[in-house]
Design a protein around this ligand. Structure first.
Ligand SMILES: *[C@@H]1O[C@H](CO)[C@@H](O)[C@H](O)[C@H]1NC(C)=O
Ligand SMILES: *[C@@H]1O[C@H](CO)[C@@H](O)[C@H](O)[C@H]1NC(C)=O
Ligand SMILES: *[C@@H]1O[C@H](CO)[C@@H](O)[C@H](O)[C@H]1NC(C)=O
Length: 635
């Protein structure tokens, strides 16, 4: 007997759910395509599948289920309500767990009854589901199923738990009038809802969890009505006559009892039409050939080759499986011992890798002398000769396609312009000129002396013929500008000359009066003036003698006469100074003179108070009075 020990029965004990989150946010969908019949209407299908809709008729329900259990087996993860669309249940990382999907009417859609389905399309709950199980060895993507919906009944998502759950992301859309809280399995009732703990302990029943088969549930034997004898006295009646062939040669099939219509008289078999059809006993069904079929290797598709060219590896899934009761079950590999195990990986080579080819000669060097570059065409060519993208060839082996080239030192040569077509003098001797430059030449094969030796002449004598006596204004050079900065003026001499072959003669200006006289003066400005100190004139002195003071206003002004801070403080002109330092002298009055030689004695004797002496010694007395007042004032 096979033991099917891969999965143990779940116990129905359900630990608390964690990390079940519902996010009400739209998921991005491709909205690039118009959905309207009218060309150019610009309407697109919204998230909810409404043409030109505004994403409001549906809600997104999504979450991540992260719970792990201690018992292996089926555990319910989430319930998808009727009417759900865009269902996506994806294991976040590859694991040995499996997803399973079952409808409420009791039918498994994916991975029911301990049998692992191949990836593919499965129909149920009114919708098609695409079940994927990434087979690549290196892939870390988990398994998933997606369905467009809408579903027409509640669907339960299970995990066949074997190892810690890496997390399962689920999402679906619901019309917005429906409740949007995801239906989570309810802890206590879980086992009963799932129905896995309804198994009896017989091996045979284990593959028929109550209500969970892919075939209609079998009627218990005691419900099968017994064959009924003919009630009315008839000539013909039904008689059991063996049973059908077993429906399976191994692994549990069924057979049904057969009833023949026989004649009552001689028990001979007659046409069934002679017996009463309604009294025909219901055929009994009986299980047969219960011994399991031999296990076999179920071989999956090869994965893609790991390399697009050259030697790579590919892998496939090989499962030991056994058919029982029309179900294909995964069993332990030891059951396939009797068969050679097919390879699960093999080498593969899609094609021979492409190779580099040099498709052209080197180009000429980019410069005629000195260092330049040259290039050639290098292409990756497939083994049938097509050009293919470079990354199909080994980049490490790519031949160089650009390299430097050295064309030797650059030679220099004289370059000239043509001689000017005009002579510098209108008449008499003048000169013609040309440009002469020494430059690096870019044409090899020029004379090697280059710019060595003498510089070629750039002027040449020319003669426009005899000059007649000609009168002209001649101007001298401009004088210097009168202002160092700001507006000034400058002059030049303007003279009237007569030019002849013999030379020049200065003529009176009226000889040139028929010609426009050049300007002899013009305004000039060497540069803008910076800030400068400006000041007014001094005020009058505050005193006529004996040190008074006087003031003036000093301002720093910019070039455009605006107040400025930019003047040099050290050069600031004084705004105040002393003036009239000389002592005050009494004015010499002809009427106030000393009339005696010894008037100083009068002053010393203090006789000046008397009018007589004040008059006679007027000068000395008034000087003494002044000194006295000065002395008095200083005290
Ligand atoms: C609906 O949602 C999608 C994706 O979030 C967005 O690109 C689109 O503009 C939305 N449409 C409206 C009408 O809001
Ligand atoms: C389903 O969800 C997974 C995880 O969010 C995502 O990577 C995947 O692209 C989705 N599949 C489809 C068909 O939307
Ligand atoms: C077994 O499956 C085959 C094909 O799917 C079907 O024809 C047959 O009736 C099934 N037998 C039983 C016993 O369910």
């Amino acid at each position: 007997m096979p033991t099917f020990s891969v999965f143990l029965l779940p116990t129905g004990i359900f630990l608390g759910l964690t990390a079940l989150s519902a996010a009400l946010q739209p998921t991005p969908v491709c909205t690039g395509l118009g959905c309207d019949d009218y060309l150019g209407s610009g309407k697109v299908m919204d998230e909810c599948g409404v043409c030109g809709g505004s994403n409001t008729t549906c809600r997104l329900i999504s979450g991540v289920f992260k719970h792990s259990w201690t018992k292996v087996g089926y555990h319910k993860i989430v319930e998808i309500p009727e009417g759900a669309t865009k269902i996506n249940v994806t294991e976040m990382v590859k694991s040995r767990n499996y997803l399973a999907l079952r409808s409420r009417s009791g039918r498994f859609i994916i991975n029911g009854n301990w049998a692992i389905d191949r990836p593919g399309e499965y129909e149920g709950g009114g919708a098609m589901f695409t079940y994927r199980r990434p087979n690549e060895i290196r892939s870390t993507a988990g398994e998933s199923f997606v369905g467009e919906g809408p579903t027409n009944e509640i669907l339960d998502v299970y995990m066949i738990f074997q190892q810690p759950n890496p997390g399962v992301h689920y999402e679906y859309l619901l019309p917005s009038e429906q409740p949007v809280v995801p239906q989570q399995p309810n802890h206590g009732a879980e086992g009963n809802q799932a129905g896995y703990d309804h198994h009896s302990n017989t091996q045979q029943e284990r593959f028929h969890p109550a209500g969970g088969g892919r075939e209609p549930p079998r009627l218990p034997d005691n419900h099968v009505p017994a064959a009924q004898p003919a009630t009315r006295g008839r000539e013909y009646n039904w008689r059991p006559g063996g049973s059908t062939e077993c429906s399976a040669s191994c692994g549990k099939g069924f057979r049904h009892s057969i009833f023949h219509c026989v004649s009552r008289l001689n028990q001979g078999q007659v046409s069934d039409a002679l017996c009463d059809r309604s009294s025909r006993p219901t055929p009994q069904e009986e299980a047969c050939n219960l011994e399991p079929c031999p296990a076999f290797w179920d071989i999956g598709e090869w994965s893609e080759c790991s390399k697009t060219c050259g030697l790579g590896m590919q892998h496939r899934q090989v499962l030991c499986r056994q058919i029982y009761a029309n179900r294909t079950l995964n069993v332990h590999t030891s059951h396939c011992r009797h068969l050679e195990r097919p390879e699960i990986s093999s080498t593969c080579q899609m094609k021979i890798c492409s190779e580099w080819q040099t498709r052209s000669e080197w180009t000429a060097c980019s410069v005629p002398c000195g260092l330049g570059q040259r290039s050639r065409e290098v292409r990756c060519v497939s083994n049938v000769g097509d050009f293919v993208p470079d990354d199909e060839c080994n980049m490490n082996l790519r031949p160089v396609d650009v390299e430097n080239c050295d064309m030797g030192t650059c030679a220099k040569s004289w370059f000239y312009t043509e001689w000017s077509s005009r002579c510098s003098a209108d008449c008499g001797m003048g000169a013609r000129t040309r440009g002469v430059l020494c430059l690096t030449n870019q044409v090899s094969g020029l004379p090697l002396e280059g710019c060595g030796g003498e510089r070629p002449a750039d002027a040449q004598v020319c003669n426009n013929g005899l000059c007649e006596n000609r009168i002209e204004w001649f101007t001298g050079p401009w004088s210097q500008c009168s202002a160092e900065c700001g507006a000034g003026s400058q002059q030049r001499s303007v003279v009237c000359l007569m030019k002849s072959d013999g030379g020049f003669a200065v003529m009176p200006p009226y000889e040139c009066s028929s010609l426009d006289r050049p300007l002899g003066q013009q305004s000039c400005k060497l540069k803008a003036c910076g800030a400068k100190w400006y000041h007014t004139d001094w005020s009058a002195c505050s005193k006529a003698c004996e040190r008074g003071f006087r003031v003036r206003e000093v301002r720093c002004l910019s070039g455009d006469a605006q107040p400025s801070e930019d003047c040099d403080e050290r050069r600031r002109p004084a705004g105040r100074e002393d003036c009239n330092p000389e002592p005050c002298l009494p004015s010499i009055d002809e009427n106030c003179r000393d009339k005696y030689f010894n008037c100083n004695v009068v002053v010393q004797a203090r006789l000046c108070v008397y009018d007589y002496y004040k008059t006679t010694c007027c000068s000395s007395c008034s000087r003494g009075a002044h000194r006295q007042s000065v002395r008095h004032g200083r005290r």
